[in-house]
Ligand binder design. Structure first.
Ligand code: ATP
Ligand code: MG
Length: 633
């Protein structure tokens, strides 16, 4: 029996003993009385009776040992600025922000909506909320007024923290007009708006409601705001899922369970030690940003880098220059960003000293084997695909190298992480599938481990019905992803359950076909969707972005390439999986968090209304697909 297998088994079979041990990784004001209360499934209450504070664990706790160590380094290649805050400085800034929020009427349990670019003040605001027991609801800064208004109505914040503008690719994106419009549209009106003026865009203030951070901060320079000790089960924040499959769900997370889960993951999954440096390229508007830009690294005493800018500006070496300069040990990114870098190709890696780097973690969407191989050859460190969801807060599948080094299988995000009782379930019968190679829905037996969602914000019924009652015959958490496991416990994600297509009675994961197409050296990115077909029920239709499209100008050249790709799928998966068409496009429609929006592609391909597109990054990509399909053949 391997070390990891033992560790995992203990986490499931000796659940309370296991997590009680992990709970020692954080500081408690009052130690918990009970590890897990699962008397009312599927609602799990972790570390009942304990009281703690996330901000205390992220900051105050480190002051004795590492007050002068950088805690947060905010780098913007948009404004050309770098600001470093030691733990002591960050502690002071967060107290100022906490005092200002309190003065604006924010109390324990109140919500604060944070609509911010990737600047240090966004981190101050999140930590300040945690400090006073208020719940933050961070809304991705790229969202337009309509999406923001919906989230304001759902969270009913007492205050909103925002800024004059963000910036992307050198283009200033004013936030304040969007915020004003969103508040005007929303039925709920926040009492106060706190504004960070970066001097990027004009920002009219509404007297009485709008306040200037710089002015209010100046009145609180030496303020002391002690941490509010909250129950372990006190909600720390709400956060919306990416909206890839439909209406986003407001995930509500607790305090103690989350702190323990993150501290444990920093140790067992990331093998991180205090004093090291994490660079997570996500956005604070997403779960990866919450867990691994802000809370996880700080709780573990690491320096965390907060980055505003593109991965390709001023050039595709910018991230690696940051790794060199700050001696980054832990890097976390998303496959989509790496595919962008790969398209740029030149050898930027050789130009920098990357010897500090221990590993690269990638999550958020499938990591195709070809991209994984490319980046691990380039970096020569382990590349660790990990699979999880906004709902879970930390990885469900990964390789916990810190517990036991294990070999990587490209295309697989690895094994079930400790605490997650992962099962594959037959969608029709609800039966558990135990034979290696059987495809099924990835599900988790309750209770979900610490750190996972408590419920859907203000909607317990949606939590139970959506997540726990959608598989027949039993109460079990549905990830809505489709997967398969090999004999060694490595899992492969085959796609989302609603992306599974049925071709002439064969159930195929769109992911399998995409993975096969992506092995072609001239494919940068590809999406496969099922399209209604009068003969086969559904047919697979592919949309591909070529790495180099110079030879694809003529219809004949495209047809030849299409034929080549189809043959490749025939060889690898069999003719049944062959896409009916491969369309070449300049870009694929994605959510703002960089995920393929397959449901929109599918709707357009079936000439249907694509529905809610508020999470779409760039409408042009979808329009191009529409034009292409409408064009005369
Ligand atoms: P919504 O739930 O609103 O439709 P979403 O599922 O995209 O949006 P997230 O919580 O951001 O919202 O994403 C989690 C999903 O991303 C997973 O359920 C899975 O489909 C996909 N995913 C995440 N990591 C991986 C990975 N390593 N490999 C494959 N898929 C992944
Ligand atoms: Mg989801």
């Amino acid at each position: 029996m391997s070390r990891y297998a033992d560790f995992y088994r203990e986490s499931i079979e000796q659940r309370d003993a296991f997590w009680s041990e992990q709970a020692r990784l954080i500081a408690w004001h009052t130690p918990p009385r009970q590890v897990c209360d699962y008397s009312r499934p599927p609602f799990a209450r972790w570390f009942v009776g304990g009281s703690t504070n996330l901000c205390h664990n992220a900051l105050d706790r480190h002051l004795a040992q590492r007050a002068l160590q950088p805690a947060l380094v905010a780098i913007s290649t948009e404004t050309g600025t770098e600001r470093s805050y030691s733990f002591a400085e960050l502690h002071a800034e967060v107290q100022r922000m906490a005092a200002v929020l309190r003065a604006l009427g924010v109390n324990k349990g109140d919500r604060v909506l944070i609509y911010m670019p990737m600047i240090a003040e966004a981190a101050f605001a999140m930590l300040a909320c945690a400090r006073i027991g208020a719940l933050h609801s961070v809304v991705f800064g790229g969202f337009a007024a309509g999406s923001l208004a919906l989230r304001i109505e759902d969270a009913e914040p007492v205050a909103v923290v925002s800024a004059d503008a963000g910036s992307r690719g050198g283009k200033v994106l004013p936030y304040k007009p969007l915020l004003d419009e969103a508040i005007a549209r929303s039925k709920h009106k926040p009492a106060a708006v706190l504004l960070v003026d970066r001097g990027l865009a004009p920002m009219p203030r509404q007297p009485g409601r709008d306040h200037d951070w710089a002015l209010l901060r100046a009145q609180q320079l030496d303020t002391v705001v002690p941490c509010e000790w909250v129950e372990s089960t006190h909600p720390s924040y709400t956060l919306y899922t990416s909206g890839t499959t439909g209406r986003p769900k407001g995930v509500q997370r607790d305090t103690g369970g989350y702190a323990v889960a993150l501290a444990a993951s920093m140790q067992h999954i990331f093998g991180a030690q205090a004093g090291q440096t994490a660079f997570t390229t996500s956005d604070i508007g997403w779960v990866v940003g919450h867990s691994y830009i802000i809370y996880g690294p700080l709780i573990a005493g690491l320096t965390s880098i907060l980055y505003e800018g593109l991965p390709t500006r001023p050039n595709a070496g910018v991230w690696w220059s940051i790794v060199e300069k700050y001696r980054v040990t832990h890097m976390f990114s998303a496959p989509t960003a790496l595919r962008v870098l790969r398209k740029q190709d030149p050898d930027w890696f050789g130009k920098y000293d990357l010897s500090s780097l221990k590993a690269l973690w990638l999550a958020g969407e499938p990591l195709d084997a070809s991209t994984a191989q490319w980046i691990s050859d380039a970096l020569r460190v382990p590349v660790i695909d990990n699979y999880w969801q906004t709902e879970t807060g930390w990885p469900i599948l990964a390789l916990a190298h810190a517990v036991e080094p294990q070999s990587t299988r490209f295309g697989s995000p690895g094994k079930a992480m400790y605490g997650y009782h992962v099962k594959l379930i037959d969608e029709a019968s609800g039966q558990e599938l135990n034979t290696p190679g059987q495809k099924g829905v990835l599900a988790i037996e309750g209770p979900l481990p610490p750190g996972c969602m408590q419920t859907v914000w203000r909607d317990d019924a949606r939590f139970v019905d959506t997540y726990w009652k959608s598989l027949p015959g039993r109460l079990i958490y549905n990830t809505f992803d489709w997967g398969v496991r090999d004999a060694d416990g490595y899992h492969f994600i085959l796609g989302r359950t609603d992306d599974v297509i049925n071709v002439a009675g064969h159930r195929l994961g769109t992911r399998e076909i995409e993975e096969s197409l992506a092995t072609h050296p001239n494919i940068a990115e590809v999406a496969v969707v099922g399209v209604a077909d009068p003969f086969k029920g559904q047919a697979a239709m592919a949309f591909a972005v070529a790495r180099d499209s110079t030879g694809l100008d003529s219809a004949a050249a495209r047809l030849k390439f299409e034929g080549e790709l189809m043959q490749q799928v025939d060889r690898q998966l069999g003719a049944v999986a062959r896409p009916s068409r491969v369309h070449f496009v300049g870009a694929l429609p994605k959510t703002r968090s960089g995920k393929l929006l397959r449901r929109a592609l599918q709707a357009v391909a079936e000439h249907r209304d694509p529905g809610d597109l508020s999470t779409l990054e760039d409408p042009v990509a979808l329009q191009q697909v529409r034009d292409l399909l409408d064009a005369p053949k």
